[in-house]
Design a binder for this molecule. Structure first.
Ligand SMILES: C[S@@+](CC[C@H](N)C(=O)[O-])C[C@H]1O[C@@H](n2cnc3c(N)ncnc32)[C@H](O)[C@@H]1O
Length: 277
């Protein structure tokens, strides 16, 4: 996450439009979004201001002039209102500094994102955790997590039994957070995080998960396809329901059997089964 050159803009967005507008703001580079009634307050790098301004104006919500933000003052504000989420009947993902309500038998996953993306509650993350859980026990399986962020998907797969999870990201902070969260959740021996580019990841996997958005997924489609063993599964997330993102990703994996499509608010995740030999 960029620590310098941040600004804040405000816009008035009708509450019914918050999900759509906020989802698009994350895609153009927002690093923090607060919703306070109809007010949407966006923190973002200066080089994303033009795109965010055009997006907001296009939704009838022209923003205020950008104001500089102290990068050290804003970045921990969200921690006060971060909350645990329940995914599927028995999985709870919680910020590490909260004592979540849980029941006997729950799988509780604690997340300290540090400077990496994701404390686990974003729909693009929870849709994949739900898809992993729906696969039952993952005992003995190998998983690749492309764009691991804070490591929620890697930790979840390991907690569900995966024997060997390879987590990669382009952000050093993600590697630190994923290793930290694997240790925090007792699965350090199953999860190895690194900055290895996806093009250089060796071997094949029973499962490949990638929550990195439609553009990156389509660009990586041939590489992702090559990393799944025959008959294995591919879980793709970060697809905005508006527009043609889902259609374009489905077209990129047209040779694969669709296995699942799930949606939470404005976000869609897809699962595919690789062709068998
Ligand atoms: C939306 S976050 C998802 C984080 C986590 N997997 C989750 O679901 O909570 C996307 C992550 O992908 C990483 N990323 C973006 N492009 C990438 C690429 N080409 N290769 C690997 N990681 C990438 C980003 O740095 C970010 O950490």
């Amino acid at each position: 996450m960029e620590a310098a050159g941040l600004v804040r803009i405000d816009a008035t967005v009708p509450i019914g439009g918050h999900d759509t507008v906020c989802g698009l703001l994350w895609e153009v580079g927002a690093v923090g979004i607060e919703s306070i009634g109809e007010l949407v307050r966006v923190t973002l790098p200066t080089d994303c201001v033009d795109a965010a301004g055009a997006l907001l104006a296009g939704h009838g919500a022209p923003p205020t002039a950008p104001e500089p933000v102290d990068p050290n003052a804003w970045k921990d504000l969200w921690r006060e209102w971060a909350a645990a989420v329940r995914v599927e009947p028995d999985v709870v993902i919680t910020p590490a500094w909260i004592e979540p309500p849980s029941r006997p038998g729950d799988v509780v996953i604690e997340v300290e994102p540090g400077d990496a993306w994701g404390h686990g509650a974003h729909p693009t993350t929870t849709l994949v955790v739900a898809a992993l859980r729906a696969m039952g026990r993952l005992d003995g399986r190998r998983m690749l997590d492309v764009g691991c962020g804070s490591g929620v998907l890697s930790v979840a797969a390991a907690r569900f039994g995966a024997a060997d999870v390879v987590a990669v990201d382009i952000e050093p902070a993600a590697i630190v957070a994923t290793a930290d969260n694997a240790a925090r959740n007792g699965v350090a021996s199953q999860v190895v995080a690194s900055l290895t580019p996806v093009e250089s990841v060796a071997g094949t996997f029973d499962l490949v998960a990638a929550n990195i958005g439609a553009g990156a997924l389509i660009a990586m489609a041939p590489r992702l396809a090559a990393l799944v063993r025959p008959g294995g599964s591919l879980l793709l997330s970060g697809l905005h329901a508006d527009g043609d993102a889902v259609d374009r990703v489905e077209a990129a994996f047209a040779a694969w059997s669709p296995a699942r499509r799930s949606r939470d608010g404005d976000w869609v995740a897809l699962a595919f089964r690789a062709p068998s030999p």
